[in-house]
Design a binder for this molecule. Structure first.
Ligand SMILES: CC(C)(COP(=O)(O)OP(=O)(O)OC[C@H]1O[C@@H](n2cnc3c(N)ncnc32)[C@H](O)[C@@H]1OP(=O)(O)O)[C@@H](O)C(=O)NCCC(=O)NCCS
Length: 180
């Protein structure tokens, strides 16, 4: 896997989530969503709309069910995130989900996303017993191509499962990366 612009961001797995980091992730999530990013919302969104989703991730982190990878730019600002969610199902503990993959709009298109996914794969490899990473992405945006460029392959697609607006249904595409 090629990481084209590793110097753009510095990645940390499992940072301490203090109020400052919480606020920065929330700001990033709102900014990315309002720029049209497919991270759970349709623009326009506000901090109040996004905050409960972030809190859900953070609660799961405190319970040890979810891990976080954060990328900071050269000024130390949070500019990329991904959450890694472990499975509780006894028969599915050998793989994990990745959610909320995002890069600050100003840094997109320069290899930061691929570097983020490499950091995510490193973090997942560091978790005992994890053999694969699975994620879902919204169809119609070319995101499959991004994940393929990160080594993932498409393993499933539910037609029209994501309704971004009345009359605008998108496929829910499942991507998988084997780690071993
Ligand atoms: C998706 C995202 C994380 C990609 O990060 P990025 O920094 O823009 O991507 P990179 O510059 O590392 O691109 C790596 C490769 O993927 C391709 N790519 C990136 N985004 C793409 C897209 N939306 N459609 C098609 N290809 C894309 C790039 O062209 C590049 O291909 P190349 O190696 O052939 O040149 C980023 O654009 C983003 O945060 N988008 C908004 C949030 C979002 O939609 N997240 C997806 C959640 S499922």
């Amino acid at each position: 896997m090629t990481i084209t612009a590793p110097a753009l961001l510095t990645f940390t797995a499992d940072p301490v989530v203090d109020p400052a980091l919480h606020a920065e992730i929330l700001d990033l999530w709102v900014e990315v969503s309002n720029a049209g990013g497919a991270v759970g919302f349709v623009p326009p969104v506000t901090h109040e709309v996004v905050r409960p989703e972030l809190l859900r991730h953070l609660v799961a982190m405190t319970e040890g069910r979810t891990r976080l990878v954060v990328g900071r730019d050269r000024d130390g600002r949070v500019a990329a995130t991904a959450f890694l969610a472990l499975n509780s199902h006894a028969l599915m503990r050998h793989w994990l989900w990745v959610y909320t993959v995002m890069v600050a709009p100003g840094l997109q298109g320069r290899g930061a996303g691929r570097a983020l996914m490499a950091a995510v794969a490193d973090a997942a490899r560091g978790i005992e017993g994890i053999d694969a990473i699975r994620l879902g992405c919204r169809g119609g945006l070319g995101l499959e191509r991004f994940y393929v460029s990160c080594g993932y392959r498409e393993v499933g697609r539910v037609p029209g499962a994501i309704r971004v607006a009345p009359g605008d249904d998108r496929d829910d595409v499942t991507m998988l990366l084997n780690l071993r």
